[in-house]
Design a protein around this ligand. Structure first.
Ligand code: OGA
Ligand code: MN
Length: 371
């Protein structure tokens, strides 16, 4: 264990992580004073993290919709080497592209989503088309049936994570979106990982009643490469713990546009999202999402303009939601999956679980949810 990290003893059979998870999940009365806000970092444990300015040209940064790396701020946390937090480095107006991709593009086949587990491919073929009108007309104060978009919890990209077996399989892989791969590679380069390859993605879709259970991302076969995380929409509390759950986690806000890199020592630490909360500006959407598409992006930018019509639906969705994209490298360069005999369950590829927890329904997806 790294020095200086709080260690909470097990109380009443509950580990320190679980205790704090439950504390922060409460919507009323939880004290947020100890939650680190990297948009105005004052906390004692916050340190500056070095970035590799010269490894990403300003041109490539703007192709990815990012400010020049020399303008980014990057922070770390004492006793968490390898953890890097970059408060919103996106160029004004560029976050919209990623939101649109998560709601309209990446949810399409051949990518896999939670709705595939109990719906036919015909029924899930056009989730956007089936939801947009209803979502647009929805009034927030009325109890109406949820649209399919609102029922979306996760999408997997590239090597599709299998929630049951907690494995990736060589033969369950589809092509990784090139725009997201480009963004990820630029961020990894800036953080000192020039060889990073975006091979698997998990997109998480949250509402004000959702949380993500305590877990470690260890299914990737190469842990020397970082895990990247991008957040959009409403804010959340992220808990970063230790190598075991007896260590009390540190709590931080994640706001729209924020990026997080878990690498080195911090690559395999316990973490969770106990709560999604309205952005701290007190507006329906954080102001960084109100900005229109920039007019001066390079012609070969991966960022596409998002029409007003499409954005209105995305904005409506995001008024009560948060989207997080995590990107991982699964295999080391030249590595291949071990040959193994797959069990019937693995061959079935039927996933029933995820790390998502919902306060309202207290859904406990069997094997994956911590308890
Ligand atoms: C994950 C994860 C965190 C988040 O997908 O593995 O930890 O902020 N996501 O949603
Ligand atoms: Mn994770």
């Amino acid at each position: 264990m790294a020095a200086g990290r709080a260690v909470g003893a097990r109380e009443g059979g509950e580990d320190a992580f679980r205790r704090l998870f439950r504390l922060y999940r409460r919507r009323e009365g939880s004290d947020l004073a100890a939650v680190i806000d990297f948009s105005k970092p004052r906390a004692r444990q916050v340190i500056n993290a070095p970035l590799s300015y010269s490894s990403v040209s300003d041109q490539d940064a703007s192709r990815a919709g990012l400010r020049p790396v020399s303008q980014w701020k990057a922070y770390g946390l004492e006793s968490y080497p390898g953890f890097v937090f970059i408060p919103n480095p996106f160029l004004p107006g560029c976050q919209r592209h990623w939101v649109k991709q998560c709601l309209k593009q990446y949810i399409q086949k051949p990518n896999v989503c939670n709705l595939d587990m109990h719906m036919s491919s015909k029924e899930t073929a056009d989730l956007w088309g089936q939801s947009q009108q209803q979502l647009r007309n929805k009034r927030s104060n009325k109890r109406e049936a949820k649209t399919l978009l609102e029922k979306l919890r996760w999408v997997t990209l590239g090597y599709h994570y299998n929630w049951n077996t907690k494995k990736y399989f060589a033969d369950h892989c589809t092509s990784f979106p090139s725009d997201l791969a480009f963004l990820s590679e630029q961020v990894a380069k800036a953080c000192g990982f020039p060889g990073f390859r975006a091979e698997a993605g998990i997109l998480n879709y949250y509402h004000f009643d959702s949380s993500l259970g305590i877990h470690v991302d260890e299914s990737e076969l190469d842990h020397s490469q970082p895990l990247l995380s991008f957040s959009f929409g409403q804010s959340s509390i992220f808990l970063l713990g230790g190598q075991n759950r007896e260590e009390a986690p540190v709590a931080m806000f994640m706001h729209s546009g924020d990026m997080m890199i878990m690498s080195g020592f911090s690559r395999l630490l316990y973490h969770a999202v106990p709560r999604v909360l309205p952005n701290l500006e007190g507006k329906p959407l954080p102001s960084c999402l109100e900005l229109p598409h920039p007019t001066d992006l390079p012609l070969d930018s991966v960022i596409e303009p998002c029409s007003q019509e499409v954005w209105e639906v995305c904005a409506k969705y995001l008024q009560a939601s948060r989207i997080n994209m995590t990107v991982r490298q699964v295999l080391a360069e030249g590595q291949s999956f071990p040959t193994e005999t797959r069990t019937n369950q693995e061959l079935d590829n039927v996933c029933t679980g995820s790390y998502h927890e919902e306060n309202s329904e207290i859904k406990k997806h069997k094997s994956n949810i911590d308890s």
